[in-house]
Design a protein around this ligand. Structure first.
Ligand code: GDP
Ligand code: IMO
Ligand code: MG
Length: 429
């Protein structure tokens, strides 16, 4: 196979960065196709963690082409800082390519993100406040500023003037906030434009050439299936399509070139931000807390404690359908090593009656009761296991059951953050 899409099958932070970095060993290119700096992908190399927000998780290998596709929203300050950090660490940054069609996150997007959240009060989404939603809003409203516009001083000045005027009206008149200074923003972004210019190109053309030469391409999903604007727990979602289909639209290749889709799944479930969570554990000294503390479940981008719960394998079935999952990469199995009892949700019930699909209505979803199966914990350190056979029988049983309920074969089992803590059960490239 020559191209693989890696997506999050839950609510994010499943370990996509680790899985992509692992698979990138044999890839020629790694492509981000959606989201922006709301993503926080951790890659650990020789015990050193690298937290990537916009740069693809192939950057830590030499020679891999790293593409930020048209579907990504680019905060120039964030990406330039990441590029600088990589350069300072001796990483070759010349192989980074940024799509001229990607949209640019501007300071008014960030402020509007905050103001919109504040205005929602109790109903707030719990966004990462990076301006991601408002930037995608502008894209869809056809008033957004693309990277190609930023590269052209005249076009940028004109588009920025229209946007600053319109956004200042909203900021001052609706929210009573302070207006932005156009000139200061123009100068700041023209400075970014010069620094970004060497990386900006038509990345669709690069990808087309790679595809036609049968090169190995990895598409790195950000966010996750249940944060998808169409298929997630709307409105408690992000403003883009993290699902596998968008690997095509968000990068500019056709579906024929996708050979395999990997769904990354935590061995349990977490969520940051608000919204429904059927298997959430709300205890302060029970299994929910044990998972949070053992797993250091605090957000990479925001530092917020992540909400923790049992694995929802029923959700995975839906994820498998939406993404055409070909294999599962189950991560963080080691975090469950010391749990005496482990539960897995294998179905949903409403008023005692099993339902077959996940309801669209959040009102209906709030009535769902999880159907659990209980497993004995294996109470054994799995972090040194390097093959499926080396895993304790209890862990094998748990993993096989996840695969069975999801209807997707196991491909990878991860037992720690390091590259070598990876059990691979199939050949990917
Ligand atoms: P992403 O957003 O999907 O890339 O995931 P994050 O990087 O936000 O969160 C996953 C965290 O789990 C990171 O700190 C990883 O280094 C870590 N991680 C990944 N796989 C494993 C694993 O199998 N075991 C443990 N203990 N940590 C892991
Ligand atoms: P990675 O790629 C987990 C969540 C936010 C919030 C909602 C909307 O690291 O898995 P946004 O800022 O996107 O408008 O916030 O989506 N969210 C994530 N949660 N992992 C992520 O990315 C996320 N990106 C956004 O917490 O609930
Ligand atoms: Mg993350």
């Amino acid at each position: 196979m020559s191209s693989i899409v890696v997506i999050g099958a839950q609510w994010g932070d499943e370990g996509k960065g680790k899985v992509v970095d692992y698979l990138a060993q044999k890839a020629d290119a790694v492509v981000r196709y959606s989201g922006g700096s709301n993503a926080g992908h951790t890659v650990v190399v020789n015990d050193v963690p690298y937290k990537l927000r916009l740069l693809p998780s192939g950057i830590l290998y030499h020679g891999k082409i790293c593409i930020l596709g048209n579907g990504v929203v680019i905060n120039p300050g964030v990406v330039l800082q990441e590029i600088k950090e990589m350069h300072d660490k001796g990483v070759d940054i010349s192989r980074i390519a940024i799509s001229d069609r990607a949209h640019v996150v501007l300071p008014y997007h960030q402020l509007l993100d905050e103001l919109q959240e504040e205005a929602l009060g109790k109903a707030k989404i719990g966004t990462t406040k990076g301006g991601i939603g408002p930037c995608y809003m502008d894209k869809v409203a056809r008033v957004g500023i693309r990277v190609c516009d930023l590269m052209d001083k005249e076009v940028f000045a004109e588009k920025l003037a229209i946007n600053v005027k319109a956004k200042n009206e909203i900021i001052t008149k609706i929210y009573g906030g302070k207006p932005f200074d156009y000139d200061a923003m123009l100068q700041e972004y023209l400075g970014y434009a010069d620094q970004l210019r060497p990386y900006v190109t038509d990345t669709g053309v690069i990808l087309d050439e790679l595809c036609n030469d049968n090169k190995k391409i990895l598409f790195e999903g950000a966010q996750a299936t249940f944060l998808d604007i169409d298929h997630g727990t709307y409105p408690y979602v992000t403003s883009s399509n993290p699902t596998a289909g968008n690997a095509c639209t968000g990068s500019g290749i056709g579906p024929r070139f996708i050979n395999h889709v990997v769904g990354v799944v935590k061995a349990y479930t977490t969520r940051v931000g608000a919204g429904p969570f059927v298997t959430e554990l709300l205890d302060t000294d029970g299994p929910g807390n044990q998972i949070r503390e053992t797993g250091h479940e605090y957000g990479t981008v925001t530092g917020r404690p992540r909400r923790c719960g049992w694995l929802d394998a029923f959700m995975l079935k839906y994820s498998a359908r939406l993404n055409s999952l070909d294999s599962l990469a189950i991560t963080r199995l080691d975090i469950l090593d010391q749990m005496k009892k482990i539960k897995m949700c294998v179905g949903y019930k409403i008023d005692g009656v099993e339902i077959k699909q996940i309801p669209a209505s959040l009102k209906t979803l709030s009535k769902v009761e999880p159907v659990y199966e209980e497993f004995n914990g294996w109470m054994t350190d799995t972090s040194k296991c390097r093959s499926f056979d080396e895993l304790p029988a209890g862990a094998q049983k748990y993993l096989n059951r996840i695969s069975e309920v999801a209807g997707v074969p196991l491909g990878i089992v991860s037992v720690g953050p390091n590259r070598d803590q990876t059990i691979v059960m199939k050949e990917y490239f």
